[in-house]
Design a binder for this molecule. Structure first.
Ligand SMILES: [Zn+2]
Length: 128
């Protein structure tokens, strides 16, 4: 059994998940895939202006992991913009934290209970 991937905590999901350059048919476009948790890392650091330490804490990950995600996400964004690729935002391994303090699996949307106690190696009982 593979070691479970530690899910990232995400508080906001994007309003739109696909961007494409104007005037190029979709079939001719290359796509860049940005994962939901990568966008969350960028949102916290670049939009909310959080320190990486605080953003990492918000997502329940180490600062090193957050820094790696921010670097990769920025690189993907710039590559998509520069090379005229479509940008798709989806997927990843994350848990959605709702305002009410409830958690949902980022893949299947099923409620997650006891997340705070079982952060390490959590797997979704429904879709994993
Ligand atoms: Zn699930």
């Amino acid at each position: 059994m593979p070691r479970p991937i530690k899910p990232k905590l995400v508080k906001e999901t994007p309003k739109a998940t696909l961007y494409k350059p104007r005037g190029i048919p979709a079939a001719q476009l290359e796509e860049t895939l940005l994962r939901i948790e990568e966008l969350e890392a960028l949102r916290l650091v670049d939009l909310e202006g959080m320190y990486q330490e605080d953003a990492a804490q918000s997502m329940g990950i180490s600062r090193q992991t957050l820094q790696r995600m921010v670097t990769e996400a920025r690189s993907k964004l710039v590559e998509a913009l520069y090379a005229g690729k479509a940008l798709r935002i989806e997927g990843g391994t994350y848990i959605l934290q709702e305002g009410s303090g409830k958690y949902r699996c980022g893949r299947c949307g099923q409620p997650v209970s006891g997340y705070g106690r079982r952060r390490r190696g959590w797997r979704c009982p429904t879709c994993d």
